[in-house]
Ligand binder design. Structure first.
Ligand code: NAD
Length: 476
C-alpha cells in the first residue's frame, strides 16, 4: 500500500504544502515506491519558522518542570509506538526489523531518557563570587537538519534537548528517509506540545535545507550529515551569524595491537559492517600490528563469510540493503576503485550477494594490504567495506590513525591498560572506544576536525541549545 505523506506539520496541525511537489520514497529492499512525500517550498519554510518564532516567548518562559513533564510524556508515547517507528525505519532505509526495533528505534527512547536525567540535574541559574547572576537561556528558533542512516537517533538528539531547554524547532528530516520523522511528529502531536513548539517540513538540501540555514529568523542550525553539506550550511548561515553545530562524517581507525583479545578482529569486522556499514562512527580502517597481521586477515575473511545479507522483513541479525540506488552505485564504484588501486580483496567484491537480484544489497567486502593513501582508506564508503592496514610500531599506528581529515571515533584493542590510555590521548578524535566497550548513556557524541564541532547527548547536548547571560548586581 502506498502511503500518502505529503502534509507538513506547522503550528500544531497537519497542513497541505503551499506548492505541492511530490517525491517518491523508495523501499531499498524492493526498489519499489512505498510512500509519497512533498518537497517544501519557501512559503512552507517561512510559515514553519513564523510559527516557531511566535511560540518561542511563551514556551521559553514555561517552568522547567512543565517542559520536563512534556518530555516525559513524549518518552511514554515513544515507547508505546516503538514498533511503528521500527517499521517506518525498516521500510525507508532497509534496517532489518530486529535491529530496527532494538538499536534504530530504541536509540530514540534511550536518548530521551538520557536527556531527562541530564536536564533534571542541570541548573540554569548560578552566581559569580560577587553575587552577579549567570543565566542560561534557550537560544531561540532552531532549524534541525538530519540524515537517513540513524534517523531517530539523530532527530531525538536534536529535537528533544532543544524543546527541553525552551527552544522551538523546525525539523527537516532526510528526504530519503522521512517516514520515521512523520511518526515522531505524530508522537509530539499526541503528547500535546503547544502549537508552534515543534514544526516539521519535508524537503531537500537545496530547498528547505538552505532556506532554514540562511533564514534571518532562525537563531541556530543543528545539522547531522555529510561534511560536504555541513560546509555548505555553514556558508549559508554566515550572513545571519547564527550558531551552527555540525555532526559530520568519519573514517575511524581500529588499532589492533598484537596483545589484543581473541575476539578483537571478529568484533572489528562486525562493528564495521553494523547498520550495513552506514554509520559515521564505523571503524572502517583496521590497523593491525604486523606480527599478527596474517592471522588477522584470515580471521577477518572468515568473519565476513559468516555475515548473512537478506530481507529486512526477516527476523535475525543479518544485514539489510544500503539505503538507495545512489549509495549502491557509489559503493560499487569504490569497491572497484579498491581493486584497481591494488588492494587485496579477501572477502566480497562488486555485484550483489548470491540469490539477491533485487534491492540495494552489497556483498560484505574486505580489502587487505591497504595503504592509507588509497581512496578506500581516505573516503567515507558508507557501506559494508573494511580496509586492513598493517603497522610496525605504536607511533606508526597513531600517525596513520590521525592521517585523515576526519576525527569522529577511533578504536583501540589491547590488553595493556597503560598503552590504551596513552594511545587514546594521542588520537585526534572526539571519541575513543577501547576493547569493544560501547559509549554509556548520555555521553557526548561528536567529532574533531572535519567530523564537526558539536557534542550531542546528555548535558553537552543540552548546552548546545543555550545562551549564557550575565546580569550585574543591583546598585541602590
Ligand atoms: P547529507 O549531507 O547528504 O544529507 C543530510 C541532510 O542534509 C539531509 O536532510 C539533506 O537533505 C540535507 N542537506 C543536504 N545538502 C544540504 C544543503 N546544502 N543545505 C542544507 N541541507 C542540506 O548526508 P546523508 O547522506 O543523509 O547522511 C550520511 C552522512 O551523515 C555521512 O557522511 C555520515 O557520516 C553523516 N553522519 C554523521 C553523524 C555524526 O553524528 N557525526 C551521524 C550520522 C551520519
Amino acid at each position: 500500500m502506498l502511503l500518502d505523506k505529503r502534509n507538513f506539520y506547522i503550528n500544531g496541525a497537519w497542513v497541505a504544502p503551499a506548492k505541492p511537489r511530490d517525491l517518491e520514497v523508495i523501499n531499498p529492499a524492493t526498489e519499489e515506491i512505498c510512500a509519497v512525500i512533498s518537497l517544501g517550498d519557501k512559503a512552507d519554510t517561512d510559515a514553519a519558522v513564523a510559527a516557531a518564532r511566535a511560540a518561542f516567548d511563551p514556551w521559553s518562559m514555561t517552568p522547567k518542570k512543565e517542559r520536563l513533564d512534556m518530555i516525559r510524556a513524549l518518552l511514554e508515547e515513544y515507547k508505546r509506538r516503538n514498533d511503528d517507528m521500527a517499521e517506518a525505519i525498516s521500510m525507508e532505509m532497509g534496517a532489518p526489523i530486529d535491529m530496527a526495533t532494538s538499536a534504530q528505534a530504541g536509540s530514540g527512547s534511550w536518548h530521551i531518557e538520557g536527556f531527562i536525567e541530564a536536564f533534571e540535574k542541570m541548573t540554569l541559574e548560578s552566581r559569580l563570587a560577587n553575587d552577579e547572576l549567570i543565566v542560561r537561556e534557550p537560544i531561540g528558533v532552531c532549524g534541525l537538519i538530519t540524515p537517513w542512516n540513524w534517523p531517530m537517533n539523530q532527530v531525538t538528539l536534536k529535537a528533544v534537548p532543544a524543546m527541553a531547554v525552551g527552544c522551538t524547532v523546525v525539523l527537516k528530516p532526510s528526504e530519503v528517509a522521512p517516514l520515521s520523522s512523520i511518526v515522531f511528529t505524530e508522537m509530539v502531536h499526541a503528547v500535546g506540545f503547544p502549537a508552534g513548539v515543534f514544526n516539521m517540513v519535508n524537503g531537500d538540501g537545496v530547498g528547505v535545507g538552505t532556506q532554514l540555514s540562511s533564514h534571518p529568523d532562525v537563531d541556530m542550525l543543528s545539522f547531522t550529515g555529510s561534511t560536504r553539506a555541513g560546509a555548505l550550511i555553514t556558508k549559508a548561515a554566515a550572513d545571519t551569524v547564527k550558531r551552527v553545530t555540525l555532526e559530520l562524517g568519519g573514517k575511524g581507525a581500529n588499532i589492533v595491537f598484537a596483545d589484543a583479545d581473541d575476539k578483537a578482529i571478529e568484533r572489528g569486522v562486525k562493528q564495521c559492517f553494523g547498520n550495513t556499514g552506514q554509520s559515521c562512527n564505523a571503524p572502517t580502517r583496521m590497523l593491525v600490528e604486523r606480527s599478527i597481521y596474517d592471522k588477522a586477515v584470515k580471521i577477518a575473511a572468515e568473519a565476513a563469510e559468516k555475515v548473512r545479507v537478506g530481507d529486512p522483513k526477516e527476523h535475525g541479525n543479518h544485514l539489510g540493503p544500503v539505503v538507495s540506488d545512489v549509495q549502491f552505485g557509489k559503493i560499487q564504484g569504490l569497491i572497484q576503485v579498491g581493486i584497481d588501486e591494488g588492494a587485496r580483496l579477501i572477502a566480497g567484491g562488486t555485484g550483489r550477494p548470491e540469490g539477491l537480484d533485487r534491492g540495494y544489497f552489497i556483498r560484505p567486502t574486505i580489502f587487505a594490504d591497504v595503504n592509507n593513501d588509497m581512496r578506500i582508506a581516505r573516503e567515507e564508503v558508507f557501506g559494508p567495506v573494511l580496509t586492513m592496514i598493517p603497522f610496525d610500531s605504536e607511533e606508526e599506528a597513531i600517525r596513520v590513525a590521525n592521517d585523515t581529515v576526519y576525527g569522529l571515533t577511533n578504536y583501540i584493542q589491547t590488553q595493556d591498560k597503560e598503552k590504551a590510555k596513552r594511545v587514546a590521548r594521542r588520537l585526534r578524535s572526539g571519541m575513543v572506544r577501547i576493547n569493544g566497550v560501547d559509549s554509556a548513556a548520555a555521553a557526548p557524541f561528536g567529532g574533531y576536525k572535519q567530523s564537526g564541532n558539536g557534542r550531542e547527548g546528555g548535558i553537552w547536548g543540552l548546552e548546545d541549545f543555550l545562551e549564557i547571560k550575565h546580569v550585574t548586581q543591583w546598585k541602590d
